[in-house]
Design a protein around this ligand. Structure first.
Ligand code: ZN
Length: 134
């Protein structure tokens, strides 16, 4: 048994946010702890994880659209694999998040959700989840 859980995430387009809040909540519930910390880590170089509004889906669309304007797919890049934009976007959003657990639940704001961020899909991806009591 490894010291963490793995969430499998299947993406369906090049750039896409996938709301994984429900799956993370379930892992926290299964862990059965009252107080602690949940670490989320994405072991990929062209994907990321972020926390943002999941009530209005246009927020995610706006983030994706603006990231595309800031870092267009085609550009003056040197990386020969052709996915430099995906690496840059992944770097901007980051590979990890930390969320407190209190009273057995993730401490998220009313409008906050956890998103897996694909920037070079479609692919089969993973999110590593480590839940620590304390
Ligand atoms: Zn690359």
């Amino acid at each position: 048994m490894s010291g963490y859980n793995i969430l499998d995430v299947k993406t369906s387009s090049r750039s896409q946010f996938i709301d994984i809040t429900g799956q993370v909540r379930q892992l926290v519930a299964d862990a059965g702890i009252r107080e602690g910390v949940c670490y989320l880590y994405v072991p990929h170089t062209t994907a990321a994880i972020t926390i943002n509004e999941n009530a209005d889906p246009t927020v995610v669309q706006d983030i994706l659209n603006q990231l595309e304007k800031m870092v267009p797919w085609q550009g003056d890049y040197r990386h020969t694999e052709g996915n430099a934009a995906a690496h840059i976007k992944a770097g901007l959003l980051g590979a990890s998040q930390t969320i407190f657990i209190s009273n057995g639940r993730l401490v998220l704001g009313t409008w906050q959700g956890i998103f897996f961020c694909e920037f070079d899909g479609p692919r089969q991806r993973k999110v590593l989840v480590k839940i620590i009591a304390g």
